[in-house]
Design a protein around this ligand. Structure first.
Ligand SMILES: Cc1cc2nc3c(=O)[nH]c(=O)nc-3n(C[C@H](O)[C@H](O)[C@H](O)COP(=O)(O)OP(=O)(O)OC[C@H]3O[C@@H](n4cnc5c(N)ncnc54)[C@H](O)[C@@H]3O)c2cc1C
Length: 451
């Protein structure tokens, strides 16, 4: 009988079916490096048809499989389980169609997020969801995680930008959800698929909304004595009725890490926190908005407000923000990136609590987060070779999540549940909620073949 690997090679080609131990090593985990598991094989299909055939062969062989994009996920969503096959979509990286009149693009799942915006720029358009990992992560991964980013505050998360999907189900059948017009009748199955973390099907094509590049952008770097006053400023700005494109906070430790790294942007090392506030829209409206944000920030205790003079300075501010996780990689061998949401009104109080928890467990905790969305990222730098450190990291993480939920928040804003937060999902959902979700999953994958 032809072996499973031979059958997979016959579909995708020998070079696109990895089975050697050294090749598989890379696929043991995603950005969550705890608890790695080596898969049996990794296949890299190029088309919907190849994905469907691979899935059929795996199903017939009784093997579970896990879809994967760029592997930048931070919740273990692309982690294999023992014996599973990883189906990596990175070779399905073509932009199939751009229609500026309808402001849509049709893309394969392996298209890198930032590449899409670069490709449609000549039409005066961009793809709005912008995870900080956008230079590497893929649209397929973004759809699966319902990814957000700094500009989610004004433009919404991935779910607000996906109109239609093509998906391969566990039995190898190909299904189309939604419609490019955005007016598909019936159940909103695109809504169910976005954020399903690769548990109901493999996205093989996505029709996404494109957004006009705003006429004008103003980016402010606001300097605060501490992170709590920066959070207070965010509350004031939101309460004022302004809708900034982004409100991002970096705390003192994050500033120090960034300034010691290749992402250094001239942030003031003595500051307790900085707020990057971005406003976009018609040029004639922005001057007044900049003045209003400046006044509100000063009211909350800001010591200085720098307005980017040009595109180069604006890019510099964003380089600091988007490079922050990378910069933290220099602080210790390991980094645990947490993700939780709290009501914005509770930000000052919860940030103070999060810092207290980090201190109490004797951990190096830094915060860089989507403050406008109330989406926290407490990051813990540690060394897993010391078991006591890992134990404290996990205990502190649990306490942070419990604190956020008790404040009316949720256990993940954008990184997903994955393997990381399975044990915490009960903090936000009851048995009946979870049972209903499982029934939705069963409708697509009754044999639970997707991991
Ligand atoms: C430095 C850094 C910064 C980050 N910043 C942000 C941020 O600002 N906002 C944010 O939301 N996230 C952020 N992330 C997390 C991560 O980049 C996102 O979750 C991203 O969407 C994952 O995309 P990926 O292509 O790497 O997917 P992977 O990590 O490969 O997979 C993620 C999930 O998607 C599933 N999947 C992948 N492809 C498919 C497909 N074709 N069909 C069905 N399921 C699929 C996988 O099974 C898995 O469950 C960051 C990560 C890093 C490392």
């Amino acid at each position: 009988m032809t072996s499973l690997f031979e059958r997979l090679r016959a579909i995708v080609g020998a070079e696109a079916c990895l089975t050697r131990s050294d090749e598989l090593f890379v696929y043991e985990c995603d950005g969550l490096t705890l608890d790695p598991v080596r898969p049996s094989a990794v296949v890299l299909p190029r088309s919907t048809e190849e994905v469907a055939r691979v899935v059929r062969v795996c199903s017939e062989a009784g093997r579970s499989f896990v879809p994967r994009g760029a592997g930048t996920g931070l919740s273990g969503g692309a982690h294999p389980v023992e014996g599973s096959i990883v189906i990596e979509c990175s070779r399905m990286n073509r932009i199939l169609e751009v229609c500026p009149e309808d402001r849509i693009a049709v893309v394969q799942p392996g298209v890198v997020n930032a590449e899409l915006s670069r490709a449609v720029r000549t039409h005066g358009l961009f793809y709005a969801p912008d995870p900080s990992s956008q230079q590497a992560c893929t649209i397929g991964g973004n759809v699966a995680e319902n990814s957000g980013g700094p500009h989610t505050l004004k433009y919404g998360t991935t779910t607000n930008h996906v109109l239609a999907l093509e998906m391969v189900l566990a039995d190898g059948s190909v299904m189309r959800l939604g419609d490019a017009s955005g007016f598909a009748p019936g159940y909103d199955l695109v809504g169910a698929a976005v954020g399903s973390e690769g548990t109901i099907g493999i996205v093989t094509e996505a029709t996404v909304r494109l957004t006009p590049i705003p006429e004008s952008v103003e980016t402010l770097l606001v300097i605060f004595p501490d992170v709590v006053s920066a959070c207070t400023a965010v509350g004031g700005i939101i309460r004022s009725g302004l809708v900034p494109a982004a409100l991002e906070i970096l705390d003192r430790r994050t500033i120090a890490a960034v300034e010691a790294s290749v992402y250094a942007a001239g942030l003031p090392r003595e500051a307790g926190a900085v707020l990057i506030a971005e406003l976009d829209g018609p040029a004639c409206a922005l001057r007044a908005q900049v003045d209003r944000v400046t006044a509100l920030a000063r009211e909350a205790g800001a010591s200085e407000v720098r307005v980017a003079h040009d595109e180069a300075e604006r890019a510099q501010f964003w380089k600091a923000r988007k490079g922050a996780f990378g910069a933290m990689g220099r602080l210790a061998p390991d980094l645990y990136v947490h993700d939780a949401v709290v009501p914005r009104a509770r930000l000052p109080e919860i940030l103070a609590r999060v810092c207290e928890i980090g201190d109490r467990y004797g951990l190096m905790l830094s915060n860089v987060f989507h403050a406008g969305d109330g989406n926290l990222h407490p990051n813990i730098s540690f060394d897993r070779r010391d078991p006591s450190q890992l134990e404290r990291v996990m205990a502190a993480g649990a306490e942070i999540l419990e604190t956020c939920v008790a404040a009316g928040g949720v256990v993940t804003g954008e990184h997903g549940v994955g393997t990381e937060k399975r044990d915490f999902i009960g903090l936000v959902f009851g048995e009946a909620d979870l049972a209903a979700m499982l029934r939705v999953r069963d409708a697509f994958d009754p044999r639970k073949t997707f991991e």
